[in-house]
Ligand binder design. Sequence first.
Ligand code: ZN
Ligand code: ZN
Length: 341
Amino acid sequence: MQSKILVVALLSLLAASAAAQNVKVTPLGTHPGELCDRDRAMIFEDPSGVRILYDAGQSVMGAEDPRLGTVHVVLLTHAHTDHIGDRKIAALNLGTCGKPETISALPHSTTAEIAAAKNASLIMIRNMAFFLGKKIENIRGKPTGNCTEPGGAIAAVQAAPCLAPVELGGTKVVKAAGATKGVEIITMHAAHDSTLSRDLLSEAQKKSLEADNISVSLGAPSGYIIKFTNGLRVYLSGDTGLHTEMRTIAHDYYRVNLAVMNLGQNAILPDAAAYAMNELVQPKSVILSHPNEGVTVGGVLQANTRAKLFVDQVKGRPVHLGISGRTLEFDGNGSCVAGGC
Ligand SMILES: [Zn+2]
Ligand SMILES: [Zn+2]
């Protein structure tokens, strides 16, 4: 009898330690339980405790959003309004999944608001980091400094928001206190654009550009590759068309085993996005995000959607919908092993 109890105790201990080795991925969209038009934001939590916000966008309530919790790192792929977050939601479930109701997040943006409130490290392309550093300074009333990297890693917990500007292909490591390993974050090429809306510029700059109906670009658009401490290697596509680096860098070099693929007609069509998964990136699992349409009703994929065309064409690997508020847990091999999968 006693040995039986011991075995049960050991098994539950093993299960607990295995669960502790998973990376948790939680999409933060406009409508809980659904995948909706504006949804982009996701929280990634490493087993060491490092928590990363990917593309805050327009589907969060800004810094006050209780779903955010602790945020150590803020990532931003490019300056487009639906990623930097010129608008935000006042509450969950406002408007429809296909056309959510949002309110202005000007003059700061959801990205700047959240990074300022959470004392986050901003790991992103240089010009975008500097631009957001100024926004954060406007919120806090003091300059935003660069993150220090003692021993080659940024500490997860910071006393103030800080900037970690990188070029394409640059790497930053973020380490939790006492952890043996850090989370590696690499910026990755995206075939897209990173022009800022004039609405986010200072009045003087805005005026001078209005005459020519142009705005400023904040540098190269990007995706990311994240190497988590449990071995999970994630490709975050950002908005992008097809490009060969999906094969050479994401697959051949980094051997990513999970891909978060953005759809959206201005960037990539479902058949091309499926080709990227099947032939170029070849991950173990896929998460679909950035649909630019209402994808689900009651959490169920709808027939007449671009998302469905994508899901139907991805072969040999599961496609998980980025359902808002549903946490998926991935092991080091890229398999969803717990949570809503
Ligand atoms: Zn874009
Ligand atoms: Zn976008």
